[in-house]
Write a protein that binds this ligand. Structure first.
Ligand code: ATP
Ligand code: MG
Ligand code: MG
Length: 383
């Protein structure tokens, strides 16, 4: 009776398993990859494809509640599971969020501002796109992450070339915006419709991949106003989607101070990893609570925090280029550094392998600690 189900075996599923197990639940993970991060710690790993009928049936026989950590799970699989189990988020919500064209139309319908964009189904749509969308970014409508499936384009000609290079798959073309900063809101919404939001994380990306999130406990009046606006937008989006579970909305702050939404993630988010060490309730525990129909926990943060992503790059010796295990003891010499590793089988450049949370009485102390840790790992760090 106390089993929870998870579709997807990546690090988000792993941290979910750990949160669920610490609350006395057993977890069954469905993922095709042997010894995947979540499968390795789950109580049961159903090693099969996300659309395998027999595997899905086993998962839903075992688990009264099922969630996902992976936005590209086939919506049809979630729909099938819903016949026997309580599935959150629902197929209908995930189907919108996993397709940038539907996602942007939905965000716009909720009255939340977006960067100017056009849906691109064929070359004609690029020919017809307003000139205000150039320079821009062409993003494949489906399956993109960490900046993959995107091309920055200076002109209409380049957009046509990029579209062809994506094999003519549906895309959105977005105007390149002058960004002042980026931040995100993580929200949890229970089956009673009650929702809670976490303090906003300010995000820095390198090469399209999240590198650093910082979370202050004190904000300027202008920041606080932006965060309130973003929190309200995220609530409207969750309500409009009929969403139950944990969700993240990414935002841009433009140079003129305006706020625009970028995208929605229908799951706990990399920028919410700081909650594991800095908040009363982590985003993964919140996911457990929603699924199990338990009351939501406090989202209060206890101290300023900084999260540093660990990419596979740090496995490569900067002097020799050879692969070796990084010197974690050098990291942990910084006593307020909390190391989280995902147990991935192979370190590759650009692959998310873990993260480090730095918790400190002030954000500047957290930054100093992060600089020391990054130095020990020979990682670039600048803030
Ligand atoms: P994620 O790993 O967050 O899912 P993704 O591949 O879905 O990433 P986006 O979030 O769309 O990609 O974009 C990645 C980053 O590229 C953004 O965080 C931002 O830094 C930059 N970016 C995206 N769209 C724009 C834009 N319209 N104008 C300026 N910068 C942008
Ligand atoms: Mg994305
Ligand atoms: Mg993003």
């Amino acid at each position: 009776g106390n089993w929870l189900g998870m579709i997807g075996g990546g690090q988000l599923g792993r941290m979910f398993c750990q949160a669920a197990q610490s609350m006395g639940y057993k977890v069954a993970v469905l993922d095709p990859i042997e010894r995947c991060p979540a499968g390795a710690v789950a109580d049961l790993h159903i090693q099969t494809a996300y659309d395998d009928q027999a595997g899905l049936a086993r998962l839903s026989e075992r688990c009264a509640a099922i969630s996902t950590e992976f936005e590209n799970v086939p919506a049809l699989s979630l729909q099938k599971l819903a016949a026997h189990s309580r599935v959150s988020p629902a197929a209908e919500a995930v189907a919108i969020v996993q397709d940038r064209i539907l996602e942007k139309a939905f965000i716009g319908k909720m009255g939340v501002p977006l960067a100017p964009y056009a849906a691109i189904h064929g070359r004609d749509d690029i020919e017809r796109a307003p000139s205000t969308l150039f320079p821009g970014i062409l993003k494949a409508a489906r399956f993109g992450y960490d900046g993959k499936g995107q091309a920055r384009i200076a002109s209409r000609e380049q957009a046509l070339e990029a579209f062809d290079s994506f094999g003519g798959a549906a895309c959105v073309l977005e105007a390149l915006m002058p960004l002042e900063s980026e931040f995100s809101v993580v929200l949890a919404r229970g089956f009673d419709g009650r929702a809670v939001t976490y303090p906003c994380a300010r995000n820095e990306h390198h090469d399209g991949i999240l590198a650093v999130s910082t979370v202050a406990t004190e904000f300027s009046a202008a920041e606080a106003a932006l965060h309130r606006q973003a929190g309200q937008a995220a609530l409207n989006i969750a309500q409009g989607l009929g969403y139950y579970g944990v969700l993240c909305v990414e935002f841009f702050v433009l140079r003129d101070g305006a706020l625009v939404a970028n995208e929605i993630a229908p799951r706990p988010h990399n920028s919410g990893h700081y909650t594991m060490d800095a908040c009363v309730t982590s985003q993964f525990e919140q996911q457990v609570r929603v699924m199990a129909g338990l009351p939501l926990g406090s989202t209060d943060s206890l101290c300023p925090a900084l999260m540093l992503n660990i990419l596979g790059d740090v496995w490569f010796d900067p002097a020799t280029g050879e692969k070796r295990e990084p010197d974690w003891s050098a990291v942990l010499r910084t006593p307020n550094a909390k190391l989280h590793l995902y147990g991935k089988q192979e370190a590759r450049r650009g692959r998310k392998m873990g993260h480090i949370n730095l918790v400190a009485p002030t954000l500047s102390a957290a930054r100093d600690a992060a600089a020391a840790v990054a130095g020990a790992l020979h990682m670039p760090f600048s803030l």
